[in-house]
Ligand binder design. Structure first.
Ligand code: CP
Ligand code: NVA
Length: 313
């Protein structure tokens, strides 16, 4: 018997549907408070003495910096592991890794390939596990994106998000979020790269509409968003994707179709001249730098929530 044996089951964030709308409202409110304190150089250290293990099986800039800096700012510390420098790359079973790592730290963030891998880890973890991106989902990014939308435009409920590009981890997570938070997604992907409702884990197709023409998907949208044509892990398909996605570049005409109040977002890293024109990502409707910064603030609120539950603002 160790202290963890007496703990309640850990609260994981493996996909967006793991939280309710009320829980998201709480996390967004805490993120706003945490951001305000951070900007004022006020100490906010509810996770003193807690340790986060970050496991990266794919590359990262934003996720690494935001989780690592965020955990230190909350008073805790971090351990950084990659496939190459740990036994994970030498075929130690994921279940064994989960049992061992979760006896030594309070929280785990994982960026990996298949969603089944993070689920297997979580099933054997004593502590909360957070998805830092899988082939199927990127819930921390959508948390930041929706927080950014709320900062600029208020509630996302009833609004329309246009997704232009690959039916990938970002698209799947936008779709899950639309069911939980009550907004619409207009999806336009090249044929062969459509979203798969079962992979996205949707209850129904009520919250999204599919458009052949990306311009039509953008028409009247409150937010236009896109992502790389080739996600990590799909590099072998790069040439075929370049050909298939040539018409799925968010340009100024698409932003005009959306309207002057529409925002543009991209999770980054971006490729100007491929999935987005430089004039759009560097233009007046783009909020990509706020979006990137907000990864820090929302994930601090997320770590606080999964470890300490709902705190009063
Ligand atoms: N958006 C995002 O997750 O960026 P990184 O790959 O740099 O972490
Ligand atoms: N869809 C991209 C997102 C990168 C942050 C990928 O998975 O590579």
């Amino acid at each position: 018997m160790s202290p963890a044996d007496t703990l309640p089951p850990p609260r994981h964030f493996l996909q967006f549907s793991d939280f309710t709308a009320d829980e998201f409202a709480h996390v967004f409110a805490r993120a706003a408070l945490i951001k305000k304190r951070f900007k004022a150089y006020e100490k906010h250290q509810p996770l003193a003495d807690r340790t986060l293990a970050m496991i990266f099986e794919k590359a990262s800039t934003r996720t690494r910096v935001s989780f690592e800096a965020g955990m230190y700012q909350l008073g805790g510390s971090v351990v950084h592991l990659t496939t190459g420098d740990s036994q994970l790359g030498r075929a130690e079973p994921i279940e064994d890794s989960a049992k061992v790592i979760s006896r030594m730290v309070d929280l785990v963030m994982i960026r990996t390939f298949e969603q089944t891998k993070i689920e297997a880890f979580a099933a054997h973890s004593r502590v909360p596990v957070i998805n830092g991106l899988t082939n199927e989902f990127h819930p921390c990014q959508i948390l930041a994106d929706i927080f950014t939308f709320i900062e600029h435009r208020g509630s996302i409920q009833g609004k329309t998000v246009a997704w232009v590009g690959d039916g990938n981890n970002m698209a799947n997570t936008w779709l899950q979020a639309s069911e939980i938070l009550g907004f619409k997604v207009h999806v336009s992907t090249p044929s062969g790269y459509e979203v798969d409702q079962s992979v996205a884990g949707l209850r129904s197709n009520d919250s999204y509409r599919v458009f052949k023409d990306p311009m039509e998907a953008c028409r009247g949208a409150d937010l236009v968003t896109t992502d790389v044509w080739t996600s990590m892990g799909y590099e072998a398909e790069d040439q075929a994707r370049r050909e298939a996605f040539a018409e799925w570049c968010v340009d100024e005409d698409m932003m005009r179709a959306a309207g002057p109040d529409a925002l543009f977002m991209h999770c980054l890293p971006a490729h100007r001249g491929e999935e987005v024109q430089a004039e759009v990502i560097d233009g007046p409707q783009s909020v990509v730098w706020d979006e990137a910064e907000n990864r820090l603030h929302v994930q601090k609120a997320l770590m606080e929530f999964v470890l300490l539950g709902q705190l009063d603002n």
